[in-house]
Ligand binder design. Structure first.
Ligand code: NAI
Ligand code: ISE
Length: 336
């Protein structure tokens, strides 16, 4: 079966996902597009999916009879309405992070999916599909004893003017929030944020860098440096310290050169390249599950837990230095 997909939001990642569905992956095709900026949808239609129909609203696209499954890649604040409409229509839905911009919004999605009775939603936490993180998980699970600490960094070379302090959490750190729950098979109990000396390259509205400290139920302590104006590249670091040894996330493959009296490795500068394979594999998973009328991979529950944790981290930014507790409700049977 070819899964017929409609894409809502044809900006940077919507366009890139449309490309991979149309040109890279098997089993699906783009049949519908929608964006509040019709020029964006038209550009994807002419460059990537000429047969796709353009819909005036996301809701019209979801209701369209030719659409089997929905990709939500619009701005974060609009995700909830489209995911809820997809569940109401009984159509599998891939939603980019964040699932919703508030924990209440994510809870409404969980409630709707639980009422539906089977999984329909996959959240775009692509790091769970990254070969490096998968290898790291194997080693953490089997070779370094009980994990005790994680030291991590999430560095972007630069961010646009509209990027503000809380986005360091719900736009950037949210990837670590999700992937460490999965990597450590654990949940968080508290968050704390401290601000080092501010970089002179940071825009007026973003405190940069930040250090986020998370504690898990098992007592693991995680420190993540979020530095979104680091200048030198897009750099994701993770080291797990266990009672028998350490394990590091592998560096992306790159050629070592010896030239001009220098020994060098290139560092990537764009998330699109750093996680290109992970995006392919997560959407392959989505297409396979959607062909069976369901969803797998990171769930609405994972999106909800990430939203609760994000809210606590944003509160911890506002009360810098203070420890903010994180309490999670019981996991519904659908997600256990
Ligand atoms: P973008 O600004 O390039 O694109 C968003 C698009 O959504 C724009 O074309 C905009 O016109 C459209 N849009 C906004 N409101 C809409 C609405 N109500 N209905 C339909 N379309 C609407 O943003 P970008 O970077 O593509 O991000 C989109 C989402 O993907 C965000 O939630 C972001 O957090 C997530 N993202 C995830 C990444 C990952 O690594 N998994 C990487 C980059 C973005
Ligand atoms: C962006 O939205 C992403 O999801 C990237 O993976 C992340 O590195 C970046 O900080 C976000 O703005």
């Amino acid at each position: 079966m070819t899964v017929k997909i409609g894409v809502i939001g044809t900006g940077m990642i919507g366009r890139d996902h449309a490309r991979r569905i149309q040109n890279v992956l098997a089993g699906a095709e783009i049949v519908a597009l929608s964006d509040v900026n019709p020029d964006g949808a038209k550009a994807v239609q002419s460059d990537i999916a000429p047969a796709a129909k353009i819909y005036a609203t996301g809701e019209d696209l979801i209701a369209a009879p030719e659409v089997d499954a929905v990709l939500v890649t619009s701005w974060g604040a609009t995700h909830e309405q489209y995911v809820l409409a997809s569940i109401a229509a009984g159509k599998p839905c891939f939603c980019e992070k964040p699932l919703a911009t508030t924990a209440e919004g994510a809870k409404r999605i969980v409630d709707a999916e639980v009422a539906h009775g089977t999984r329909l939603v996959q959240v775009g936490f692509m790091r769970r599909y990254d070969a490096g993180y998968r290898l790291l998980k194997q080693v953490v699970d089997s070779q370094i004893g009980a994990p005790l600490m994680v030291h991590a960094a999430h560095r972007n070379p630069t961010v646009p003017e509209q990027y503000i302090t809380p986005m360091a959490i719900h736009d950037t750190l949210i990837h670590e929030i999700d992937v460490f729950r999965w990597l450590l098979d654990d949940d968080y109990v508290s968050a704390q944020v401290v601000f080092p000396r501010r970089s002179g390259h940071a825009h007026a509205k973003v405190a940069d860098p930040q250090i986020v400290l998370l504690e898990t139920k098992k007592g693991i302590r995680i420190d993540v440096e979020v530095f979104v104006n680091c200048r030198y590249g897009y750099d994701i670091q993770c080291q797990v310290v266990g009672e028998e040894g350490l394990a590091n996330l592998p560096e992306p493959m790159s050629i070592v050169t010896r030239k001009d009296a220098k020994l060098q490795n290139a560092i990537m500068t764009d998330w699109k390249d750093r996680f290109i394979d992970s995006y392919d594999v997560e959407l392959k998973d989505f297409i396979e599950a959607a062909s069976r009328g369901t969803a797998s991979g990171p769930s609405s529950w994972d999106g909800f837990v990430a939203a609760i944790t994000s809210d606590a981290c944003v509160e911890a930014q506002e009360k810098s230095g203070q420890i903010v507790p994180i309490t999670l409700p019981e996991t519904p049977a659908l997600y256990r």
